[in-house]
Design a protein around this ligand. Structure first.
Ligand code: FAD
Length: 392
């Protein structure tokens, strides 16, 4: 049998987990494969760690490691290049430098695109920690902040890591207290509280309770953003109301990566996201393409976050492995997902019961499993360990 070529687009957690699973398991089984990673950035980042950089609790090298470190360890080829097109009919990936890379299996692990341009003034007015550069700028802004209104703005939902804005509120209160600065921390969110926390009002009530313990946080939910005027530091809403801020922190709106726009990989019901299937994370249209990256999670009702990506990457890799081995092993996706959140003074485990639902999607039920300061340590150790394990 000819050696199968598996191509992975991206160098983030989705690629790392899928590649590691396939490389290690094929080695054990004595199956020869050719693994190729194509990514545009020489670093692997752990974006969930960026808020720690913004808050001065981690440094850039704590949150990134060269992609080359894990591709070389796992025997994969690395092309540092930007993918410009996928041609699934001919099983080819095209790149900016002019490469045409053929594949037998493709893993689309390209994450999401931050679409600041959707709202006038948003990019110029906002600080954020959705990139490392953004986190370093936010760190400077927080160091220079002398008091007033900090607004955490969520113009669209779902966005990358739905729990993040709730989490960062507590961390900002804690950060201001430590510095002896007077901060009024407000969350301005696009959807009502119960919808933001997906079907479960109890969960929303719990967030309120936790935040009240931490400090005074104002919630302004269900506000549709129109634009921001950085000059007068004013946010304008579609209902005609406006709000002043002293420091604006935004969770950016998300869209599919440019090279996948207007393709069969887009989720037709909501083209901000990619389309995948549960529990194998195989493309609905192309049998040889897997999409376990986070911007596909909303299409199967899973949270738009890294924890489901981890399990999705394992499930997709196991599906390919069972085909390579000529076996039809079970595709395992856990019944329970746990997302670990750091609220500054304490930590929270948000748990999702997960079931398979008709139509190749999942049904989830979220609840808060435990609130305890030790959870903060758990989160920090997990993040720091992830990157440390990739250092040479
Ligand atoms: C502030 C913040 C807080 C978060 N907190 C949490 C949390 O508490 N819990 C949680 O579970 N998740 C959290 N997340 C989300 C988590 O970080 C992401 O879900 C995870 O990184 C997704 O992994 P990925 O590999 O799918 O995408 P990414 O990590 O975005 O990786 C995508 C890769 O694709 C590459 N790429 C993109 N386009 C191209 C192209 N055209 N050609 C070549 N390469 C390309 C990129 O360079 C990158 O290497 C958080 C994220 C942020 C930003």
């Amino acid at each position: 049998m000819a050696v199968k070529r598996i191509v992975y687009i991206g160098g983030g957690p989705c690629t790392l987990v899928s590649l590691r699973r396939i490389a290690e398991e094929t080695k054990k089984a004595g199956i020869e494969v050719e693994n190729i990673v194509i990514t545009k950035d020489k670093y692997h980042y752990f974006p969930a760690f960026f808020p720690d950089v913004a808050l001065g609790e981690a440094e850039p090298d704590d949150v990134r490691a060269p992609v080359e470190n894990f591709t070389s360890e796992l025997g994969a080829k690395l092309y540092l290049d930007e993918v410009t097109r996928v041609d699934p009919a001919n099983r080819v990936v095209e790149t900016k430098s002019g490469k045409r890379v053929e594949y037998d299996y493709l893993f689309i692990c390209a994450g999401t695109r931050y679409a600041w341009e959707e709202y006038p003034g948003l990019r110029e007015a906002s600080y954020h920690n959705y990139t490392l550069e953004g986190a370093l700028e936010l760190r400077k802004a927080l160091a220079g902040f002398r008091g007033g209104d900090i607004v955490v703005l969520v113009p669209e939902f779902p966005h990358r890591c739905p729990g993040y804005p709730f989490e960062v509120l507590g961390r900002l209160v804690y950060h201001a207290k430590r510095r002896g600065v007077n901060a009024n921390v407000k969350l301005v969110h696009a959807v009502p509280m119960d919808a933001a926390l997906s079907h479960l009002f109890d969960l929303a009530v719990n967030w309120h309770r936790i935040h009240q313990e931490i400090g005074n946080i104002e919630y302004i939910m269900g506000k549709q953003l129109e634009r921001v005027d950085p000059g007068s530091k004013t946010i304008f809403f579609k209902d005609g109301e406006s709000m002043k801020y002293d420091l604006l922190i935004t969770a950016p709106p998300c869209r599919v990566p440019k090279f996948l726009e207007d393709t069969d990989f887009v989720f037709k019901k909501d083209p901000r996201f990619l389309d995948t299937t549960f529990p194998t994370f195989r493309s609905r249209k192309y049998d040889d393409v897997f999409i376990p990256t986070d911007s596909a999670m909303p299409s199967v009702n899973l949270p738009f976050a890294g924890v489901p990506v981890h399990y999705a990457a394992v499930a997709a890799a196991d599906t390919v492995l069972s085909e390579l081995k000529g076996a039809s092993g079970p595709i395992l996706f856990p019944d329970v997902l746990t997302i670990v959140l750091d609220f500054g003074k304490t930590g929270v485990l948000v748990t999702f019961d997960v079931k398979e639902a008709p139509g190749g999607v999942a049904a989830t039920k979220p609840y808060i499993a435990i609130t305890h300061p030790m959870i903060k340590l758990l989160k920090y150790s997990f993040y720091a360990g992830w990157i440390k394990s990739l250092k040479k």
